[in-house]
Design a protein around this ligand. Structure first.
Ligand code: SF4
Ligand code: SF4
Length: 69
């Protein structure tokens, strides 16, 4: 989907810290995180993020930071 406005929040994920546990994907009510099997990475749709910081808190390896733009 194309967006004219920049996202209000950006999910910053440290792929070195991420263990692909998918906790972030499972707990986000807004479906921001999506595990990509081919890339073996968790990707994000920043435009869906409301900045609640749940994923940041629940990520077991502290791989996520939510930045307000
Ligand atoms: S919760 Fe953290 S470690 Fe688990 S998949 Fe998400 S970013 Fe990676
Ligand atoms: S901050 Fe909240 S809305 Fe944004 S990705 Fe994390 S859990 Fe989802």
């Amino acid at each position: 989907m194309k967006h004219r406005m920049p996202p209000e929040f950006t999910v910053i994920r440290d792929d070195e810290r991420c263990i692909r546990c998918r906790v972030c994907e499972n707990q986000c009510s807004f479906k921001v995180h999506n595990y990509d099997e081919e890339e073996d990475r968790v990707l994000e749709d920043n435009h869906k993020c409301v900045g609640c910081h749940r994923c940041e808190t629940l990520c077991p390896t502290k791989a996520i930071k939510i930045r307000r733009n």
